[in-house]
Design a protein around this ligand. Structure first.
Ligand code: NAP
Length: 310
């Protein structure tokens, strides 16, 4: 059910509609808590960028990220979760009368579950901003078909970089994975797949110092991190996959964050403020997977129910 009326009171407002927020919504709705989930982009969040999710239990053949998001949304709303597509402008914590402001109205809520996720980290080199949409991308699933039979590079050595490289290899003629060290941190299964893909080549111990072109990306300036040797690489596309930054700016000064800006909680997903919980990729934790995000969401909903019954 999509939200209609404005300026309502809720027991729980969930900020963010990725696997963490949607699962929190599912559990809250099944506990008959009057709950609103607010998402600023697309239901499913960042998982919708995944062409195939192969490690979410229950889908032995894998499932597209978009479909996974849609299914959790459908499941949660079938139990009465209300959802609203808009951005949260401001939150004012005030015990059981917290205010959540959006352009669609202000909501008073007894508790809040922060599930605002993270956004792509930028390389921060000259040319990156200038060539966004002109050869620089942060999403292979979105842009890979534009690079059919061309050479592209993926920057990074984690799960995202290797997943992006594997997807790009279906389109591009050559995929260079440029990593600042000589060892990947990606999942071993992904590494094995990438090493076995003839179109993928690894360029180790190397950093990008500049992205150059003339209207469109044409080449990368590279520097070997061990011997400082400089080189260039001619290509058409650069996919930056070097991790994420938490969407936690509006909580700075209100809640304790770690040095990278992730919100600190205990194992019950409780933040320092009673009744305010944080889950998924915005939370300081060790594993950032759809399934661990979903687990956080379930835990927070159970904690919220206990808090509301006090
Ligand atoms: P990540 O695991 O943090 O890896 C980031 C990679 O980028 C690292 O290899 C890092 O190098 C490199 N890097 C960071 N800053 C850099 C910079 N300024 N210049 C050059 N390289 C830089 O990030 P991720 O791969 O986006 O994954 C994020 C989280 O989502 C992880 O927990 C991951 O497991 C999860 N994820 C899971 C899947 C899946 O299960 N299929 C898919 C995508 C993401 P170092 O190795 O030297 O630090």
């Amino acid at each position: 059910m999509m939200f209609q009326a404005m300026d309502k009171t809720y027991q729980v407002v969930i900020i963010g509609g990725g696997p963490a927020g949607l699962t929190a919504g599912l559990y809250c709705a099944r506990s008959r808590l009057n709950t609103l989930l607010i998402e600023k982009g697309i239901m499913g969040g960042q998982i919708t960028n995944a062409e195939r999710v192969e490690n979410y239990p229950g889908f032995p053949k894998g499932i597209s990220g978009i479909e996974l998001g849609q299914l959790i949304h459908e499941q949660a709303t079938s139990y009465g979760l209300e959802t609203l597509l808009t951005e949260v402008a401001k939150v004012v914590p005030n015990q059981k009368h917290n205010l959540v402001s959006t352009s669609e109205g202000d909501f008073v809520t007894e508790s809040i579950i922060i599930a605002s996720g993270s956004q792509f980290r930028k390389l921060g080199v000259p040319g990156e901003d200038r060539f966004v949409g002109r050869g620089v991308s942060y999403c292979a699933t979105c842009d890979a078909p534009l690079f059919k039979a061309r050479t592209v590079a993926v920057i990074g050595g984690g799960d995202s970089a290797v997943t992006e490289a594997l997807y790009l290899s279906k389109f591009a003629s050559s995929v260079k994975v440029i990593h600042r060290r000589s060892q990947l941190r990606a999942d071993k299964i992904l590494q094995e797949k990438a090493m076995a893909e003839p179109k993928i080549e690894f360029i180790w111990d190397t950093v990008v110092t500049q992205i150059e072109g003339d209207g469109l990306v044409m080449q990368l300036m590279l520097k070997n991190a061990k011997n400082a040797k400089l080189s260039t690489l001619q290509l058409a596309g650069v996919f930056v996959a070097i991790g994420a930054q938490p969407n936690s700016a509006q909580w700075r000064g209100l809640l304790p964050l770690d040095e990278e800006g992730y919100i600190i909680t205990n194992e019950l997903m409780e933040t320092k403020i009673p009744g305010i919980f944080a889950v998924g990729d915005v939370r300081h934790k060790s594993a950032r997977q759809a399934i661990t995000a979903a687990g956080d969401g379930a835990t927070a909903a159970i904690s919220a129910e206990r808090f509301l019954s006090l």
